[in-house]
Ligand binder design. Structure first.
Ligand SMILES: *Cc1c(COP(=O)(O)O)cnc(C)c1O
Length: 632
């Protein structure tokens, strides 16, 4: 007798503990829980959370944010560096710099700054608006603000004006043409600039972002350019303005060896510059600290083969090692980790609103004996196919299927015949899929590689890929996906997820897996009850890259704080973007459109979005939720 399916089986199937990394797990009720403090006594049952939100009028899809996770990440990385500094007797310090482009949402940056102030966390910005938001934060006065990216005169002027007020703003020179502009504006404003030099390293990252470094990278100065910058500043007796050496070899560095190689190369450059009498104080190793999205702990693009502690330890050790060889003082280390700080704090919960059963997975043909021969042939194949004959039988089935098509098109077959033929063919494919898992099958023929994908059901969920996980569409980035409840039941279907955009790209057909990438995900047979699916680890980059395809706007956002005894509190709700917002975003004026009526029924486009939870119940209609919400 097969053993009973348990929550542990589901946890294993979806690899929840592995990608959850202490922040997500399961409870005995068969639900996924969030554990924002990594202390199991303060967990949040996600299913209960969604039900409570629904009572308050906040519909799915919904974005949940856990500020406590942001706080925890800041502590973790800072403590890891403190420990490494102690372990290796490193004679300087470490500070985190948060690159705001990862997630600029005010509450997110505020939480990071609040949690980081004890550690003198700084901010990195790459544009004028990002600089302004960084300046508006309540940073520790000793904290740095770094300006990276391409800078025009306006950006440089803004940075130098703020420098004039005493803020520690460093302008990182990414290309040579910026230097004369910095010097010119600094002179006219009578302010001494703080300058960083971004080095183009030979060392490259790994994974999807590896072109951020190397000879052909978009950013950074070559060795010759660094020397030229030094010569220019030396002539102006401004060598002491150079306080930082920076590099960034790309995001999601999956292999720790790449980090070591880059740190060694950069430390050599630092050391040589020190020896030329340039008092560089900071060495900034950039971002790239990865997130283990699939939990496999490998160098696969969705994973990483190291921990935060190992990262800190390798950066500190290798910097010290090279400095010792070169006989120069060690630098104050900076990292610009964005992804690693923010990815875990956010998830999106969507609900399944339908199922497309193209493969007739719930049907089986019963043969009465009165069928035409070709149908009987297919039924014979279905009943007799096995590990020894599946290949020949499959080609017989294929020719029968083609014949059925031709006969139908010539008018010889009834709809009934055609339907039976199609269903039998799917039944045969399902049998082959089972056969291929048989122990005696050592090799899966090419023609069957995509079999499971074509057999998968399509679950339709109320969300837009382009809005929620744009990186999945753009660069096939993988995010963990799993139902947040019913984990005590064995999932009997295998499915892909479709969104509600009218775009055939609006699907998730690649899922995380500990060993590989899956083409489908096991899901439960729908019932009359709602079925909720979580898309996890979406806190880095997805919010701001999210697009308005089909004019689906951002879902409601809820900031949740976990409390003792598995309780939680809603800290803040940001209502979903409304139909009104979306129309305005493409230059319509919904007020004048509110007069449109069809058959005498006025179309309502003006929707109030209020932060008052009670009025949310009736007033708030996200553009997302109108598919499933009641009529006005
Ligand atoms: C984007 C970026 C980062 C952040 O990288 P993560 O991989 O998110 O840590 C850091 N520094 C620079 C210069 C960047 O462009």
């Amino acid at each position: 007798m097969p053993l009973k399916w348990t929550v542990q089986d589901s946890a294993k199937l979806y690899a929840i503990e592995e990608w959850g990394d202490g922040y997500f797990g399961t409870n005995p009720k068969g639900r996924i829980i969030a554990i924002p403090t990594r202390d199991e006594s303060t967990s949040i049952d996600l299913y209960e959370a969604v039900l409570r939100l629904k009572k308050l009028g906040i519909q799915t899809p919904v974005t949940l944010r856990f500020p406590q996770i942001l706080e925890g990440r800041i502590k973790e990385i800072n403590l890891a560096f403190k420990k490494a500094i102690n372990d290796f007797n490193y004679n300087s310090d470490y500070s985190s710099i948060y690159p705001v482009k990862t997630n600029q949402i005010k509450e997110v940056v505020q939480e990071i700054v609040k949690a980081g102030n004890d550690y003198k966390l700084g901010l990195e910005c790459g544009s004028k608006p990002e600089l302004i938001l960084a300046l508006s934060m309540n940073l520790n006065p000793d904290s740095l603000i770094l300006c990276n990216g391409y800078k025009d005169e306006g950006f440089i002027r803004m940075a130098l004006l703020a420098r004039k007020t005493g803020r520690r703003i460093v302008i990182t020179v990414e290309k040579m043409s910026e230097l004369p502009v910095i010097l010119k504006i600094a002179k006219s404003l009578k302010v001494k600039p703080l300058i960083g030099l971004r080095a183009k390293l030979n060392a490259q990252g790994s994974g999807k972002w590896e072109t951020s470094a190397g000879d052909h990278a978009k950013f950074g100065l070559t060795t010759r350019e660094i020397l030229e910058a030094v010569a220019i500043l030396s002539k102006k007796k401004m060598l002491d303005s150079i306080i930082e050496l920076h590099f960034h070899i790309g995001s999601q560095i999956t292999d720790i060896r790449k980090v070591k190689i880059a740190v060694k190369e950069a430390t050599r450059i630092y050391a040589k510059l020190r020896k030329m009498g340039i008092p560089i104080e900071y060495m900034n190793v950039g971002g790239g600290l990865a997130v283990d999205y699939d939990g496999s702990k490998t160098t696969f693009t969705s994973s990483m083969n190291y921990t935060v502690e190992q990262y800190a330890s390798d950066v500190v050790y290798n910097t010290k090692d090279i400095c010792k060889m070169e006989d120069v003082p060690v630098p104050h280390l900076l990292t610009e980790s964005g992804r690693a700080l923010t990815a875990y704090h956010e998830l999106v919960i969507v609900d399944v609103i339908g199922l497309i059963d193209t493969t007739h997975s719930r049907y089986s043909v019963e043969i009465s004996g009165k069928e035409i021969q070709i149908i009987k042939d297919l039924a014979y194949i279905r009943d007799n196919i096995g590990p020894k004959n599946y290949s020949e039988m499959y080609s017989d089935a294929l020719s029968s299927k083609d014949e059925i098509n031709s006969l139908f098109n010539l008018g010889y077959l009834s709809l009934e015949d055609r339907s039976k033929g199609e269903t039998l063919f799917w039944e045969i494919l399902r049998k082959i899929s089972k056969i291929l898992t048989h122990k005696s099958i050592k090799y899966i023929p090419e023609e069957f590689r995509d079999l499971n994908k074509s057999l998968a059901d399509k679950f339709i969920a109320n969300f837009s890929i382009f809005q929620t996980i744009p990186d999945h569409w753009a660069i096939e980035h993988l995010f963990p996906v799993a139902p947040i409840h019913r984990l005590k039941e064995k999932p009997t279907l295998s499915a892909t997820l479709c969104d509600i955009t009218c775009d055939s790209d609006g699907t998730i057909e690649k899922f995380v897996d500990l060993k590989d990438v899956r083409d489908e995900i096991p899901l439960h047979e729908p019932t009359d009850e709602p079925y909720f699916i979580g898309i996890f680890l979406t806190g880095a980059y997805q919010d701001i890259l999210g697009m308005r395809h089909n004019l689906f706007g951002a879902p409601s956002e809820v900031f949740m704080i976990a409390e003792e005894d598995d309780n939680f509190r809603i800290d803040k709700v940001i209502p979903a973007e409304t139909i009104d917002d979306m129309l305005r975003s493409v230059h319509y004026n919904p007020e004048s459109m509110g007069r449109i009526s069809i058959n005498g029924r006025k179309i309502k486009t003006k929707i109030d979005a209020s932060e008052d939870l009670h009025s949310l119940i009736i007033k708030h209609r996200g553009s997302h939720t109108y598919l499933s919400s009641e009529e006005d």
